[in-house]
Design a protein around this ligand. Sequence first.
Ligand SMILES: Nc1ncnc2c1ncn2[C@@H]1O[C@H](COP(=O)(O)OP(=O)(O)OP(=O)(O)O)[C@@H](O)[C@H]1O
Ligand SMILES: [Mg+2]
Length: 592
Amino acid sequence: MNNDPTYLGCVLSVSGSSLIVQLTAQVRSGLLIIGGRTHRIGQVGSFVRVPQGYNNVYGVISETAESTVTGVADLDSPDHRTIKVELIGESVGGEFERGMSQFPSIGDEAHLVTEKDLKRIYGSQTDGQVVIGKLSSSDSIDVSIDLDSLVNRHSALLGSTGSGKSTSVSSLLRSIVTDDDVILKPSARIVLFDIHGEYASALGDISTVYSVFPQPGEENLFIPYWCVSPESLIDFLCGPSEPVKNKFMDAVVEEKKEFVRVNDLNIDLNKITPYTPLPFRLKKIWYDLVHEDNVNWDGKEKIQPAYLEEGDYRLLVAPKFKPPHNANDGRVTKGGPQSMKKQLDLMRSRLLDSQYEFFLSPGKWTLDDDSKIESDLPGLIKGWVGGEKPITILDLSGMPSARLDLLLGSVLDVMFEAAIWGRNLSVGMKKKPLLLVMEEAHRYLSNENNGLSKEMVRRIAKEGRKFGVGSMLVSQRPSEIDETILSQCGTLFALRINNATDRARVKAAMSDGLSGIVDTLPILRTGEAIVTGEAAKLPMRCRFKVPKEGRFPDSRDPKVSESWSEPYNEMDYTQLVDSWRQQNAYLQEGQE
Ligand SMILES: Nc1ncnc2c1ncn2[C@@H]1O[C@H](COP(=O)(O)OP(=O)(O)OP(=O)(O)O)[C@@H](O)[C@H]1O
Ligand SMILES: [Mg+2]
């Protein structure tokens, strides 16, 4: 008979990384009182300790069942109650470590893990640990995660809609960079892609916000067209057309050479390709292509174009030419083939579309007539990753959603290339790592979607660690996210998930044999998560710190019953339609 109050029972069988423990008669009631606190026994998700000499092996309960070993179905006998335990790590001396150096054997004692033990596991606040919240089972125990593995090994935060993902992300990021409102990581490089414009309200005080429709205190978001791959750019401008694409690529190279010449850059002109990251004048290319397509010449020598009007590329006015003469007198000679009219017209209307101003007329990143530019790529990268505040929020909500993939993918491309080429420099991400937080990841990482963003996220997931780029995916549909990408996420934060398909995907992605815990996903509270993987010492169920009042993301549930109970008043919908027509959700009431 064992008199230790924490004694649960003995090990009945060991297979792989799991144990079956037979509970003793003393724990029949299901409750143990130790040190004045009540502990529930045999709860799925709680921990078990198996002493091994001076060391302790720890595991998590994944199942409780009746013993089938004896084959006796005497349900009243507590001797037949068993628990299944998945082993997760051991403590040698005082320090807890993942992984096992020795396995328990049959007959070993299994003990309840008390609060004191847990404090030993979680409480060793060595460097690099970030407190993110409290253990669900005990409000007095802080939960911390390892920041290095969180960033280097990527992570995913998954949960059904309304399970508290956005709130948890803002709480998590705040925990990472601050403690009690004091900024502890002033040089953090965190870029948050905010698809719905929710985060400015939650993290405004510790972040620089870039938006297409900047509010007071926010910066203008520009994604210059010249940092997009020219192939994707021409597809966007005039749809797929091989002849136009070929001409466009050649023109891009010429324009890039011009930029190098005018600005006296130290780059070998012969090595410039369409992909060399250099600005170029898009309107000029449009003009030149139209010119080439339409030109008629004065005389057979084809030196002087037969202008009716010269046009102006800055204003997107096309040149007009005199019609060719039929008689072979050499006065006006037919020149261009006029085969690209449709595509070039489309390109012009795109260039004039005000929705795309942030992209096609990118503020100080626009080239002037002489191929000079006020701010070049270094300024752009600095704004995105090197701001004064630890977090940069790129609010993509004002962008045409059909182009999300292209634009987000291009920003990721710039950042990843910057990481690759800066790998030996002190400004590079290897010296100062970059964390990319991607909200609503299922929208551009789904299995069907094969766009630029997915390609980039795949690359980052596979190679990011070598260049100091980590990603955190946030999604409500884990089952729709590309499997390769999800499998690269070393740390998982699983919030409430109702849908069985999504749950199955999360189960498959969890590295530890924690099926029993995954089954509790539908009953998690809002803002509660199961954290497993590289950054977590133990798989744990915890609650993120609740943001202070006024620091929630702008995603609070609409108050249905309250607003429906208000007295009826007639409303005017003009403003709504104005916003829609101007594609600007930030028009103030009363503003035209
Ligand atoms: N820890 C928390 N405590 C209290 N309320 C919370 C907590 N976390 C979230 N909420 C509330 O739950 C609601 C949904 O939260 P949130 O917007 O974070 O969910 P979400 O998972 O991001 O949803 P979606 O998938 O639709 O973006 C909001 O009203 C939010 O204020
Ligand atoms: Mg959300």
